[in-house]
Ligand binder design. Structure first.
Ligand code: NAP
Length: 489
């Protein structure tokens, strides 16, 4: 049953501002416009401004000019702007969810979950804005005093991916505003609409012009490269692929920018034989199928104790095979399209490689014919060690299951990746849970749960998944510098 009508979709699309936002004003892009597509049909939804290098520079000019006043702006007021924006997002969550589903493809229920999650970062950091504190200490020799203060880093560049079009933005924008930083934001060109609406909401919530400037562009290297090299920029926070993250880090080294890098993942999902298998299957469904598998936190590999591996794989296949695939605006759909044909092609290639090397598909294993970029939920067993999908980020609804014989083998297999974002672990043995959690080489562990994301917790990775933390008490530190004043009494 289709719950959303075409006129309703059009009304919403008409409402989205489609220009650049620079110095508190909406303006056209010097390069014309770029198209935003609906991945469930492959049809264009609308056009948004396409910025030039000069537009991007104007955005940084505005951020740099607004810096000194915003730095001094009362923290309570900075927090209250965030709080009003949080409330506006919650009040408009149905519309914002529909917009997200249109541009990104995920089912409406998941878009609503992301809106709630994304809004929470604004609430969390509205509360953190008034808790930025320093220290006052007596020097060890008793003579002087050591005063430590926290100050905003300065103008920031915030670059976000397409898979969580709102939350990846609020996770950066929230702490930057709370800390007193000004910023240039660049969303992914495939999903700029949610961010455009966020900017409109922040503007209506009273954010002064120049504090946040938004650039949408068909060429990210042409627009972002010069900003990264500009000495007025003080920080780059990037969420996206490890490949692009490495390039940006290299560019940023010339300017010695402060960096936060939230990059790719290859999460292991470990199930021990003492786990509640039905619980583990439910957790696996969330860890794998949230966002159609297009999440940096997506379970990429299932390592299951040999005595329960077959049972686990069959139960998972039964549930994944029963999920309804379709356009995310239909109310019983659980699996939307992948973002584009390239992404779907990559998923298909990884599955073909595994099957060619001996894996067996319990369910799925195929792209869908027809419009849109759909791929069937897939569970693979007998996956050989050299299958590429064990090493690469799948970013699609594919679950490879492998057995293990003991704890050491499970931990070694889980850590056998260049990535280190998150791992999931199912066991009822408390000692084993903590022992294994300590040995996992990741920034986060889901213990008997398939979802770790929480605005009140420090989200982030190690190894090739990057560094820096978003959310929690740590999140605002990414936007603060520590200054020490040596006091002679
Ligand atoms: P991507 O290709 O790396 O792009 C991310 C962002 O960087 C987009 O806005 C993109 O703009 C921009 N970009 C690309 N090349 C650039 C360049 N040379 N200079 C400046 N900006 C550039 O990643 P994606 O495909 O959008 O997102 C998927 C990836 O993000 C996955 O690897 C996923 O694991 C990762 N991710 C990580 C986290 C985390 O917290 N660790 C969260 C979500 C996603 P265009 O749109 O113009 O290409």
């Amino acid at each position: 049953m289709t719950t959303i009508s075409a006129p309703e979709e059009q009304r919403l699309l008409d409402e989205v501002p489609k220009q650049l936002y620079v110095d508190g004003r909406w303006r056209d892009g010097a390069k014309g416009t770029l198209a935003v597509e609906d991945p469930s049909t492959g049809e264009p939804l609308c056009e948004v401004a396409d910025a030039s290098e000069a537009d991007a520079k104007a955005a940084l000019d505005a951020a740099a000019a607004a810096g000194p006043e915003w730095f001094q702006h009362p923290p309570r007021e900075r927090g209250e702007i965030l709080r009003r924006a949080f409330e506006a997002i919650v009040a408009r969550s149905d519309d914002l969810a529909l917009l997200m589903t249109l541009e990104m493809g995920k089912p409406l229920k998941e878009s609503k979950a992301e809106i709630a999650y994304g809004a929470e970062f604004l609430r969390w950091f509205s509360e953190q804005a008034v808790r930025i504190e320093g220290r006052y200490g007596v020097a060890p020799n008793g003579q002087g005093r050591l005063l430590t203060m926290k100050q905003p880093v300065g103008p920031c560049l915030l670059i976000t991916p397409w898979n969580f079009p709102l939350a990846m933005g609020t996770r950066k924008v929230g702490p930057a505003i709370a800390a007193g930083c000004t910023m240039v934001v660049k969303p992914a060109q495939q999903t700029p609409l949610s961010m455009l609406m966020l900017v409109k909401i922040l503007e209506e919530a009273g954010l002064p012009g120049g504090v946040l400037n938004l650039i949408t562009a068909s060429s990210s290297s042409e627009t972002m490269g010069p900003l990264i090299a500009d000495p007025r920029l003080r920080k780059l926070s990037f969420t996206g692929s490890t490949e692009v993250g490495r390039k940006l880090m290299e560019q940023a080294s010339q300017n010695l920018l402060r960096l936060s890098m939230e990059l790719g993942g290859n999460a292991p999902f470990i199930v021990f034989d003492d786990a509640d298998i039905d619980d583990a299957v439910q957790g696996a469904l969330i860890a794998k199928m949230r966002n159609i598998g297009e999440a940096c936190t997506a379970a990429n590999r299932f390592h299951v104790a040999a005595p329960v591996a077959e049972q686990f794989a069959e139960k998972l296949a039964e549930q994944m095979g029963a999920m309804k695939v379709g356009r995310g605006t239909e109310d019983d759909v659980e699996v939307g399209p992948l973002i584009d044909d390239t992404q779907r092609g990559k998923v298909a290639e990884l599955v073909e490689d595994a099957v060619h090397k001996g894996a067996h598909a319990l369910v799925g294993g195929h792209a869908r014919d027809g419009a849109g970029y759909f791929y069937d939920p897939t569970v693979l067993t007998d996956v050989p060690e050299d299958a590429s999908l064990l090493k690469e980020e799948i970013f699609g609804p594919v679950a490879p299951v492998r057995g293990f014989s003991d704890e050491d083998e499970a931990v070694a297999a889980a850590n056998d990746t260049e990535y280190g974002l998150v791992a999931y672990l199912y066991t009822r043995d408390v000692k084993r849970a903590l022992r294994v959690a300590e040995r996992l080489e990741t920034g986060m562990v889901g213990l008997n749960q398939g979802l770790v994301s929480n605005p009140a917790a420090p989200f982030g990775g190690i190894k090739q998944s990057g560094f820096g933390r978003e959310g929690g008490a740590e999140g605002i530190e990414e936007y603060l510098e520590t200054k020490y004043v040596a006091v002679n009494l």
